[in-house]
Design a binder for this molecule. Sequence first.
Ligand code: ADP
Ligand code: MG
Length: 699
Amino acid sequence: MILNLDTPVSLLPTVGKKKAELLAGLSISTISDLLTYYPRGYQDRSKLTPISDLKGKGRETVAGQSIRHIRFGKVKRAIISDGRGVANLMFFGGDPAKLLPIGAKVIVTGKAKRMAGKIFFSNFEYEVLKEELNSHLKIVPLYRLSGDFGRFGQRLFRKIIASAIDLYKEKLEDSIPLEVAEQMELISLSEAISNIHFPENWKKRKEARERIVFTELFLLQTALTINRCRTKIIHKNRLYSKRDGGELLESLPFSLTKSQERVILEIENDLSSPHPMNRLLHGDVGSGKTVVALWAGFKVASSGFQVAIMAPTEILADQHYLVAKRWLAPLGIEVGILRGGLPLSQQKKAKELIASGQIQVVIGTHSLISEDVKFSNLALCIIDEQHKFGVSQRQKLIEKVSGPADCLIMTATPIPRTLSLTLYGDMDVSTLNELPKGRGRIITAVRSDKNLPKIYSFIKEEIKKEKQAYFVYPAIEDSKERDYKSAIKHFEKVSLEFSETPVGLLHGRLKPEEKEEMMQRFAKGEIKILVSTTVIEVGIDVPQATIMVIEDAEKFGLSGLHQLRGRIGRGGFDSYCILITKEKIAQISSSNIRVELEEQDRVSVERIQAIKSITNGFELAEYDLKLRGAGELFGLRQHGLSELKLANIIWDTRLLFKARAVAAVLVADDPFLNKEAHLPLRDTIIRIFGKKMDLGFIR
Ligand code: ADP
Ligand code: MG
């Protein structure tokens, strides 16, 4: 039988059938799972404190001998002595007379308490000494053990890990190429695995962690880099040379922001390169992505190729269509639209014009990817609000290009750079990190229910000035389970309050056509107040909408609040985002006083204060990431990120940048990892990421 890392744990001498089942409960089934089940923390037993010197501050370690047992109701105690002092060990379950018979030598770690001149340990770890004391004095790992394994405890788990390390550490196959290991001065993998579990000292544990974190990041970055570079070896055999796009920029009613200029240059480079473009355009709500997209569209269309722009909703497609027509038609570009809501005859006509190539820039919804839509020479695919589409939908559009497609993918979800390098590491990324000038200010205020009358009269004044308002709620309907304010219920309330004003209701349970229609009527100003759930998040431009009231604001996530706030302030007027929260939260958020709060409220206050004081989406995202941790964000489990067991995407930035740089050099030199020295790396990457990323071509 060949023993390797895929060997089931049940074959370890320390693990029988029963323990194997318990390990399975921790998702550990192979040796490899076991060795990469890293400790959640450590206990430093390397220094002993005499019992008489216990400070009772942090955790301390003492050694002693069991001298007496006491029983007081359910609580049993063992008393230990080290010759200079005595300590009481409290047992809430288990019998100390059995666990620690008189005379047994024991080592105890925990936080001591002094009461009535006595020393107590109530929450502690202990180990009965069988060998010399010295062999127990070390840094001991603590594992995250749950379920049934909890009963067996840390000691047993340590024993299993130790046996696996003993048997397998020399068998660990290191896929990091020698050149990289030498350059990064990495310690050996077996030394790292030994020391991450059982550190000889703190310095070794640090080196071990660095080695493992680097390895994780390097494998992921190599996989991403391979994918990113794959397009760089394909030739697209197209030239977009006719016009440089300057005419379009001159015809705009505004001048570009610095960011827009920079991003346009980046796209220009991609388009004129012999290789296809594979770029993510990442910009906060309102940062002006559309004009950048239309610039690219103009460049490609005026060179005689077709462009498709796909948006997630009919109304967004409509809006893009109107803008595109306004800006591109005067320059001689034929613009068309295809969406499911149009009369069938109109759709049929559009399809014909797309197939014949007469329409040069097509804007549409999912309709664009339906099978009967044929292009004559589609070259550039632009996808707006990409997170609203699935991978396969994007792929279907791209497949309508004969030959390699140029792709521009846009998103308004601000993601910190560290995270985007990982999430979108297989694309080139452009960022629009400033908003156009001439925007009104957005003022964010935090209020409670009792301020509503004042808020209503303020809104009435604004509506007289032709302004419009959103009221947003966390739930569609009232429910018994959750005490959330709902749009349906408050629609009545708001309609009653604003009886002179047309009020609309929008939520996710309406049919798509109904949603579209409601949104249209609001955009046209027929409706002045829109009562809604978060369905308005994705973005249309209603310049007159200057007020956003979010009720039960503490029930929304930071990014949700930010997206909602991005719906206002899109014209030149000052705008108001009014967050309605519980009285207590409103008071504390606005006053900065420090009071003791329950955990839930504390988090709410932190979030509300953040949204109030930070307007930049990237800063907010960074903040959110630190507040919540990466795992919670954007459902990342599907993604390669879930392969990071020890690396922390928020804090390990230095190693992340290093790993990315080293991966770039390696892949530039050997894009298919074909060299002999890179074969183990290639195998490992295919094994880990093969399913999650399309790496098929290096097989
Ligand atoms: P988003 O990045 O959210 O898609 P849009 O492209 O919809 O943003 O732009 C929001 C608004 O800002 C639009 O009305 C657009 O015409 C306007 N805009 C874009 N760029 C500029 C600029 N450089 N100066 C002034 N207004 C601009
Ligand atoms: Mg947009």
